[in-house]
Design a protein around this ligand. Sequence first.
Ligand code: FMN
Length: 185
Amino acid sequence: MNDAPRLPLLLGLAGSLREQSYSASVLTTLARAIEREGIAHVDIASVDLPLYNQDLDVEPRPTAVATLKQAIDQADALLIVTPEYNHGLPGVLKNALDWASRPMGASPLKGKRVQAVANSPAFTGGVRALAQLHETVLSCGCHLHAGPQVVIGGVAEKIGNGQLNHAPSVEFAVNSVRAMLAHDH
Ligand SMILES: Cc1cc2nc3c(=O)[nH]c(=O)nc-3n(C[C@H](O)[C@H](O)[C@H](O)COP(=O)(O)O)c2cc1C
């Protein structure tokens, strides 16, 4: 019999569809480190969804939407890595959160713990997108992990071969996820 405690399941979302996305590289690097340290299992979900249309938000929903909502429902917590577009949240990520946010008050996002991470090639690291992401997840009833914000500036110089090769950033983000999962909301 295996008496080992069940590892939490973390669902990762990256707010970019770009093939060589820095956000996706940050997310996969964090996912590997989190699993290596035995903090959680990590699944990564796609935000490549049709544009939100309330007329389509009925059974049966588009397959990609249903898949994302089910993955969020099954996860113990979310790790969201966002880039910044025009001082805000990229449309693809906002779109995915809009789909996941329904029905209001009873969506899979309600009560879900969230660690948000921003990154950018700029030294500002996507702080303005992070602020908007915080507002959106709070409006969905998520339990946003409070504490020092996880922002990775100058990310282009820290990525190589699809990996975040900057140990302080990895350690800071992983410790924040560890702290989030230690709090059982
Ligand atoms: C439409 C658009 C708007 C952008 N606006 C910002 C911005 O406001 N702040 C910023 O730091 N970077 C901005 N950038 C640069 C992105 O941070 C950069 O393209 C980044 O690589 C996108 O994330 P990704 O690598 O995960 O796809 C913008 C890029 C695009 C394409």
